[in-house]
Design a protein around this ligand. Structure first.
Ligand code: ZN
Ligand code: ZN
Length: 278
């Protein structure tokens, strides 16, 4: 039995529908998983009902993209309250900003001789979701880029230092933490890697951060160990997941493929209940 607390569906940039993911989780013998789509919770209701149906514990989640100077900071929110009005308002604003950003990126690409209509990109995302993965898909479909990671076309055009890159103006990390708390959830810093300073995390803790995603496919054993120690020193909970998107099996680890301890779900749930009780 295993758990996976970081999974994307086709509601954001994943390949499989929320329901398909639940069935896959069941087939793999997963005990629990969290659906954590980018800036969207629209897949949560169908994941929850499929989970009830087949007996997989589904945690409603979200992953918010935020930016600091040189790095992307992602904040996961677990046990989001789907009835929160502030939740839907903020996510609608973020969706609109994603759309504006996509239009700007397409403008830059056009100047580079890559002409892709916005309407076409919008057809590639579910529920109006748009991001760099949909733009890249459009580039591939129209013959402007090769899909394989090894050719580096994604990085060349759409990566943080890419030719057509445009900053995503989402929430600041502090706003994201606060917003998840206001929406009834437990905020967790996603895949901190090796570049996020401890002092920065301490500031987020003051805003209500409750955990660190120590287990992530981009983390070496050493990195995971460091974050486990850090979490202990700050009384933060620990989470982890495969960050599964589907797609090319060579590019990404499979659903439930990371050895995340079952205890993470118990600690997360306990901490969330404690937050609720305050
Ligand atoms: Zn992320
Ligand atoms: Zn993710």
């Amino acid at each position: 039995m295993a758990v996976d607390l970081h999974v994307h569906s086709n509601v954001s940039d994943g390949v499989y529908s929320p329901r398909e993911l639940v069935l896959m989780a069941k087939a793999k013998g997963l005990k629990a998983f969290a659906l954590t789509d980018h800036d969207s919770v629209q897949g949560v209701p169908s994941a929850l009902s499929a989970g009830d149906e087949v007996g997989v514990y589904v945690i409603p989640g979200v992953e918010l993209s935020t930016d600091i100077e040189d790095a992307e900071v992602h904040i996961l929110g677990f046990y989001i309250d789907m009835s929160s009005t502030c939740l839907h308002e903020v996510l609608a604003t973020l969706k609109e900003r994603r759309r504006e950003r996509t239009a700007k990126i397409l403008h830059h690409l056009k100047a580079l001789g890559i002409d892709i209509p916005l309407d076409y990109v919008l057809t590639l995302g579910k529920e109006g979701f748009t991001g760099r993965s949909q733009i890249f898909k459009a580039m591939v479909n129209l013959g402007f880029a090769r899909p394989e990671k090894r050719y580096g076309d994604f990085e060349k055009y759409l990566g943080k230092k890419g030719l057509a890159y445009v900053e995503h103006h989402g929430l600041s990390p502090k706003e994201a933490v606060r917003f998840i708390r206001d929406s009834g959830g437990a905020p967790v810093l996603a895949h901190p890697g090796t570049h996020i300073p401890h002092g920065f995390i301490d500031e987020l803790i003051d805003f209500g951060l409750e955990g660190i995603e120590a287990y992530h496919p981009t983390h070496s054993n050493e990195t995971t160990r460091k974050w486990l120690e850090f979490a202990k020193s700050r009384n933060l909970i620990v989470t982890g997941g495969s960050d599964f998107h589907g797609g090319n099996p060579a590019d990404a680890p499979g659903l439930g493929s990371l050895p995340v301890p079952d205890s993470t779900v118990i600690c997360l749930t306990q901490r969330w209940l404690e937050i609720q009780a305050v």
